[in-house]
Design a protein around this ligand. Structure first.
Ligand SMILES: [Zn+2]
Length: 450
């Protein structure tokens, strides 16, 4: 064999074959462009991960990263997130290996992984890598994380950041992924257009013909159309709320739990009705579970809230929903001005608020309730737990999306009609049902807009 050809066969990645050159260039670009991949490549070159290591470093890192930078639910210790600590410790391990390395070639590989495509070969020998990853997926995920940070940092306003953050919830994503397997899951074209534009933060096409202000109160701007989704006139928010409440009741009866909606709870000295759905006998200590559903707008009161709250809403998924749950829980009333959860406990029941955002995002309360019902569904009806949760999560997500789009489109239609002179002078009835969406929720959803 010609010596040149032998060299190519022995060391293809050192050759100048066209596709080999192209792969080498891609590798260099990848490693130089992504700090995380560069660190991993150096660590592999330094032999930090033994070949039989099956504890998936990257999976743990990705999970921690998601909690820190997507969900906003991770706490910092010593000024850094767990994922940042993992990277720092890995970097320290690489640095230590570099200090003790005498072999110039090995040293070069650790310090300049971008020039050593052969690292891929060592990388793929690591057990957790071979078992759980393809390079394609590994690299795409790392690049996605970088792109997300750049994209989010480049958003023009806090309002845009809150809007995007509120959509980063798996419940909010379901309507974009689901196979429409029953009529309740099918969005009309107009609804789908609304949903997609709301996710992208673009001006809703159905509001393009509207004047700049809503007809609900002087000075309430239509903006990109989001106002039509949360306008207090027209009863839209009550409809969304009642539909979500009904999903929980149906979910309960599917699990074999008896429940009532809108039951007046007997709370001494007050006519409050905190129970949207009261599930018989599944609360703490065998009492009833008093579920209170709220659907809030994460952009509500945006001009009025403090910087701390703005920050929380920009960085944490479901922060507004969690805030609404908290408010429900500590709402004071009755003769002694006690908190709602204590007052409900005193009559032998458990208070259980569940918050949603207009984007569809929810909190751990929602998952807890579905998990609890799935376990009862398994015991009483023999349902498959995981399927039960999937099914009802999808129903909740689709109800929030479909009813939300429906009321928004209807409000846009009515506003256009009124702006063109229809119904002028006739006050449209506010179909708000009052006590169900109590005072707290009202202020929270609409305060600041009018
Ligand atoms: Zn309005």
């Amino acid at each position: 064999m010609a010596p040149g050809l032998t060299a190519v066969c022995m060391h293809p990645d050192q050759s100048d074959l066209r596709h080999v050159v192209a792969v080498r260039e891609s590798w260099t670009e990848l490693v130089e462009g992504c700090d995380h991949l560069r660190l991993l490549a150096s660590a592999v070159a330094a032999g930090i991960f033994p070949e039989d290591d099956d504890e998936d470093w990257e999976a743990t890192y990705a999970k921690e990263w998601k909690m820190a930078f997507i969900r906003g639910s991770a706490k910092k210790t010593g000024g850094e997130y767990e994922c940042e600590k993992m990277e720092r410790e890995l970097q320290e391990a690489v640095d230590a290996r570099i200090l003790e390395e005498d072999d110039a070639d090995k040293l070069h590989m650790m310090e300049h992984p971008e020039a050593h495509l052969e690292i891929v070969r060592f990388w793929f020998k690591i057990a957790w890598m071979r078992k759980n990853w393809t390079f394609q997926r590994f690299f795409s995920r790392a690049l996605d994380r970088d792109r997300f940070i750049v994209h989010f940092g480049g958003l023009p306003s806090d309002e845009e950041k809150v809007r995007l953050r509120s959509h980063l919830d798996s419940l909010a994503t379901i309507p974009h992924l689901i196979v429409p397997s029953n009529p309740g899951y099918v969005l009309t074209d107009a609804e789908y257009v609304w949903l997609v534009n709301a996710r992208l933060g673009r001006r809703q096409p159905s509001t393009l013909e509207l004047g700049p202000y809503c007809m609900c109160a002087a000075g309430t701007a239509i903006g990109n159309g989001h106002h039509c989704r949360v306008c207090r006139v027209g009863g839209g928010k009550t409809r969304v709320h009642n539909n979500v409440r009904d999903v929980f009741q149906k979910c309960g009866s599917n699990a074999g739990v008896v429940s009532k909606t809108e039951t007046p709870l007997i709370l001494p000295g007050t006519d409050e009705r905190p129970g949207d759905v009261v599930f018989d006998g599944i609360g703490r200590g065998g009492g009833d579970l008093v579920t209170d559903v709220t659907v809030v707008d994460p952009l509500a009161s945006f001009d009025a809230i403090g910087q701390g709250e703005v920050r929380t809403r920009t960085l944490t998924v479901g922060a507004a929903a969690a805030g609404a749950e908290r408010r429900k829980r500590v709402k004071r009333g009755g003769p002694r001005g006690d908190k709602m959860e204590d007052r409900v406990r005193r009559v032998g029941k458990e208070f259980f608020p569940v918050g949603f955002e207009t984007s569809g995002a929810s909190t751990s309360q929602c998952s807890k309730l579905l998990k609890k019902l799935s376990e009862i569904a398994h015991e009483r009806r023999g349902h498959h737990k995981a399927y039960f949760i999937l099914r009802w999560r999808a129903t909740l997500a689709m109800t929030l999306a479909k009813k939300g789009c429906e009321v928004a489109l209807q409000r846009a239609y009515k506003v256009r009609h009124e702006q063109r002179g229809g119904n002028r002078g006739v006050a449209e009835a506010d179909e708000d049902s009052g006590s169900l969406l109590n005072v707290d929720a009202d202020a929270f959803i609409h305060g600041g807009y009018d």
